[in-house]
Design a protein around this ligand. Sequence first.
Ligand code: PMP
Length: 448
Amino acid sequence: DPLPLLVGTSDPVKGADRNPNDADELVHRREQHFASVQEHYYRHPPRIERGWQHTMIDVDARCYLDMVNNVTSLGHAHPGVERAAARQLRRLNTNSRFNYGAVVEYSTRLSELLPALLDTVFLVNSGSEAVDLALRIALATTGRPDVLAVAEAYHGWTFASDAVSTSIADNPNALETRPDWVHTVDAPNAYRGRYRGPDVGRYADDAVETIHRLAAEGRPPAAFIAEAYYGNAGGMALPDGYLDKVYAAVREHGGLAIADEVQVGYGRLGEWFWGFEQQGVVPDIVTVAKAIGNGHPLGAVITSREVAERYRNQGYFFSSAGGSPVSSAVGLAVLDALRDEKLQQNARDVGRHLKERLTQLAERHELIGAVHGSGLYLGVELVRDRETREPATRETTAICERMLELGVIIQPTGDRQCVLKTKPPLCLDRESADYFVDALDHVLSTGY
Ligand code: PMP
């Protein structure tokens, strides 16, 4: 049943069927058996057990506004997803090399969303796997070992996707463990990087220079991989024309352009379905995951038939569970719901409203240095000093703690952990967006 949004309150009715000892028992078992490997930014993290739309619900039936779950494009517990998964579970669950039905239908629908040249879909389980496969395809089809990535980026936790992830925040060992086939260019951060204002075009010039230098040294990259929005900065647009210039240089030397759309693609940006559209480019390979399965394990690599055929002759691909008939059925249900519930438009409208309100908030609170992003992919950058842009790292964590007390889950991001990364389910409504801004206003006004 739909649960109402009960921000920051305990709902006695919803909690009535639960023995309070169960919650304790769950906590105990989590400590004993669940491998939670990353340090958390909360001192007292919420203990989430359920979700509904853009609400998460803890073991004590307390509700929170979910401002972090970009994995659920449609929102938690979507009935259409549930129905589609159940129907497909009754028909066929497993993958084989001979599958028809949902797998073919989903690959077709997915490819139809992309520019005509990108017509061939590999289905996998996650974003990390998609990035690994994209890199394998690039390496195998070009016969080269080197890859160019953007500094401070995150592309996943599997071996190759981790190698091209140089964000210290997501992977504290990133620099020490980076293999020598990974080369990086500066993060094109127009707010706090080395080039700002009218100079931001120079990020692309530097990247082009790096590609020419690598080629001259006999190591032209097999691929250039980047998000079309700078995700680790909380969702900052790349400088205009950045990807166009860098793609041209990598292709000039026979390499491929990979767009990682795991986080930004699928309507989150509001105005565009894909991040690369905003840059006016067409990549050779696109990786997607997260939103496409609404939290269900599903990822994809989309490329041209020509590249896919070359890979068929030179590489290997078979995933036992990736893009199973059930995942594909879920993927189809997500596409139907995005269309029927007009969620891309919602991301645009609510996102615009949210950005406007956050920008107004910045007029009253010095701590807000900038509001980045588009649609429902926004970054609120917190600084101690607007001139020096000194990162307000400690303050950001403290603010997240206070927001939690007010029933909002929000996450610090970036290598300096001073950006509130705002990436809720795409069904977020205006009232909840307003609640988020009011809560932030309250915290900034009353102390943290
Ligand atoms: N690429 C990007 C841009 C991501 O943001 C992420 C996840 N945060 C990944 C890849 C990895 O996806 P997953 O967690 O599904 O493996």
